[in-house]
Design a protein around this ligand. Structure first.
Ligand SMILES: Nc1ncnc2c1ncn2[C@@H]1O[C@H](COP(=O)(O)OP(=O)(O)OP(=O)(O)O)[C@@H](O)[C@H]1O
Ligand SMILES: C[C@H](N)[C@H](N)CCCCCC(=O)O
Ligand SMILES: [Mg+2]
Length: 225
């Protein structure tokens, strides 16, 4: 099957999905002419030059090789930094998988590869009945798991891998991201996950005083090149 995209999830919110997604886009761009990032639901906007913007969407756009309408690469931008179902409710909106799938379809017609960054972790609620995992399932995409290396990440990573597989999706790889520069036994933790996750380790990202997606070295799965 021709590789046309992936879904990036994480062990939690704030574990470096956006940094790793941008790095993956840069790496993918060496092999595919048109790569684009998608942040289906951004929750939490910031003011920049007088406009409210979704920082994740901006970071993914900066790493993409095609410019697309914002309604496609970030169809839902919610003001408050909350779980999407709560942020949407407080904005008087209801967000569903169907509208996000439609935007993804639009992107597919404009790019060879579409990388989708989730919100928070795997089972984050989107509305009363759907989760971000339901979006990944509807898109039937291979999944990359970003593990934020800190105490507690082993349990979160192993449970997330279990859930991805229970949902019928392929865990194509994982990335170890050093979010805690003082983590004790970091390498032993990585080794523990290498033995147990049963998926390729695509890279170990060092802690960066100034995060820079271009400086992140990642190995793509063979079938993605
Ligand atoms: N390797 C790293 N070194 C230093 N800082 C990092 C690293 N990885 C991530 N960060 C910082 O940690 C913060 C959270 O990272 P990021 O925004 O990528 O998380 P996320 O998983 O995308 O969160 P969300 O669920 O909100 O999308 C950011 O300020 C980011 O710059
Ligand atoms: C606001 C934050 N930065 C993310 N966009 C959304 C994180 C949702 C986490 C929900 C949860 O698991 O409790
Ligand atoms: Mg993010």
């Amino acid at each position: 099957m021709v590789f046309d995209g992936c879904f990036v999830t994480g062990t939690d919110t704030g574990v470096g999905k956006t940094l790793v997604s941008a790095a993956l886009l840069h790496t993918l761009a060496r092999h595919h002419p048109r790569v684009v990032g998608m942040k289906p639901v951004a929750a939490g906007l910031v003011q920049q030059a007088g406009a409210w913007v979704a920082e994740d969407a901006l970071a993914l756009r900066a790493a993409s090789t095609v410019a697309v309408p914002p309604a496609l690469d970030n169809p839902v931008a919610l003001p408050e930094p909350l779980s999407p179902h709560l942020s949407a409710a407080r904005a008087g909106r209801c967000v569903g998988v169907a509208e996000l799938v439609a935007a993804h379809r639009g992107l597919r017609s404009l790019a060879d590869v579409v990388l989708v960054e989730g919100s928070g972790g795997w089972r984050v609620p989107l509305n009363e009945s759907e989760t971000l995992a339901d979006l990944a399932v509807a898109l039937a995409l291979p999944v990359v798991l970003v593990v934020g290396l800190r105490l507690g990440c082993l349990n979160h990573a192993l449970l997330t891998a279990e859930a991805i597989r229970a949902d019928g999706l392929h865990l194509a790889g994982w990335v170890a991201n050093t979010v805690d520069p003082a983590m004790a036994c970091r390498d032993e933790n990585i080794q523990t996950l290498r033995q147990r996750l049963r998926a390729p380790l695509l890279g170990v990202v060092p802690w960066q005083p100034v995060p820079d997606a271009r400086a992140v070295q990642l190995e793509l799965p063979e079938t993605w090149r």
